[in-house]
Design a protein around this ligand. Structure first.
Ligand code: HGY
Ligand code: MN
Ligand code: MN
Length: 410
């Protein structure tokens, strides 16, 4: 496909939610998100696609087959092939993580239409809501609610850093939080889900390939680490009398890295809140979030076990209390082997590679035959303003997605 066609549609979306550093602030139900939703609807309407928003805030555009006109001919198979991804970003995240899958989906439909293809089953494009958990803290919120993996009442009560609940944010945007919940009928109407995503790593760069296929998503999760100490004066409290949660927190950051290294996985503490967060006061409480991932569940369990044990020992020495609470946990996801191999073959033997990044595809994989396409990321950088893919590789991704939709739905 012509890279100019990709660039035009890409640039049409790019300004929404972009911050001065080139990163993105696209949080679910925020002004930027509503603008992305409007963009999505306009793209659907421009193409004459039926669009809708489901009970969980996920938005869809549908290319339906023409009704059969031949008497007695079987109606088109009504189970859809769905593609798409998410608009939302981590704070100051990159432009491609999520939106590339949505822009590529619209362009793949354009590609198929330009060649005169007709779907024999519905082709859907989806924008899942709150995939990053960047506002309400639980990743893949829209897909987890749809699959029943998340309790709707618990979801309604999730709060953002300003204390706004998901329910309030939805209401302010004109959506109904009381409608949140599982959508088995919608899932039953899906024959397959294929998500195109920028690779968050350099596997394809190493293989010299523009497009690859996902094999598996590593087990991963998020844990809230709350350290409680004793607030006091920074200038008058003897060191021996302190119960400083910052010391336990600092130890926890180093322990996470060490235990991940020893076990062969990954662990990050990239988010922290101190209370009262005053320069001249010993903190009362420090809350931090651990992100841990590993090639298999055993390694992940080892990281958590050793981390918790070491941090509790340190808290005893510091005179602080620590609680470690899981906020989301995802076990190993193996994508549908038949669909994976069919797509890799269709794409001329595209590389199959694992990922440590979570995706809505990883949530749907337990309910619908699911696959992922990756587009080469030359630097591997993601969740940062520097994330990028070349227009040539993005165009190759569109061609690959069009080939997959043609094979599965036309
Ligand atoms: O955090 C992740 O793995 C994904 O990018 N949401
Ligand atoms: Mn992401
Ligand atoms: Mn993503």
């Amino acid at each position: 496909m012509d890279t100019g066609e990709f660039r035009r549609l890409w640039d049409d979306l790019a300004a929404i939610g972009r911050a001065d550093d080139g990163g993105y602030l696209r949080f679910s139900w925020s002004e930027a998100d509503l603008a992305c939703r409007d963009w999505f609807r306009a793209q659907a309407e421009d193409r004459g696609l039926r669009w809708e928003t489901d009970r969980n805030g996920n938005r869809y555009a549908w290319w339906d087959p023409e009704p059969t006109t031949v008497p007695g001919e079987a109606p088109p198979d009504d189970r859809a092939v769905l593609t798409g991804s998410h608009f939302d970003s981590v704070p100051h995240g990159g432009a491609y993580d999520g939106p590339l899958g949505i822009v590529s989906a619209f362009l793949a439909v354009d590609r198929l239409r330009a060649e005169g293809a007709e779907p024999r089953r519905p082709i859907g494009i989806v924008a899942f809501t709150e995939e990053e958990g960047g506002r309400f803290g639980v990743p893949c919120l829209g897909s987890r609610l749809t699959t029943g993996a998340l309790d709707p009442a618990a979801a309604r009560g999730l709060t953002d850093p300003d204390g706004i609940t998901l329910a309030d944010a939805m209401r302010a945007a004109g959506a109904d939080p009381d409608a949140l919940g599982p959508d088995p009928e919608r899932l039953d109407r899906l024959d397959a889900f294929v998500e195109l995503h920028i690779e968050q790593g350099r596997g394809l760069d190493g293989e010299g390939a523009a497009v690859g296929v996902a094999g598996a998503v590593w087990p991963h999760g998020r844990w809230r680490v709350t350290v409680t100490g004793e607030a006091d004066h920074a200038g008058t409290t003897r060191l021996a009398d302190r119960r400083d949660p910052m010391l336990t927190f600092a130890f926890a950051v180093l322990a996470a890295r060490k235990e991940a290294r020893l076990a062969g996985g990954l662990a990050t503490i990239g988010r922290v809140e101190a209370e009262p967060n005053a320069t001249n006061a010993i903190a009362a409480r420090v809350t931090a979030w651990l992100d841990a991932r590993a090639p298999d569940d055993t390694v992940l369990e080892a990281i958590l076990r050793e981390f918790e044990s070491k941090v509790q020992d340190r808290a005893a020495r510091d005179g602080t209390q620590v609680s470690i609470t899981p906020e989301s946990e995802t076990t190993l996801v193996e994508f549908d082997p038949a669909l994976r191999d069919r797509i890799a073959t269709l794409l001329g033997g595209a590389p199959v590679l694992p990922t440590g990044a979570g995706h809505d595809a990883g949530v749907l994989a337990a309910h619908v035959p699911t696959a992922m396409l990756f587009v080469r990321n030359p630097t591997g950088v993601s969740h940062a303003p520097g994330e990028a893919a070349s227009d040539e590789d993005c165009a190759a991704g569109v061609e690959a997605l069009a080939a997959v939709l043609r094979d599965l739905a036309c």
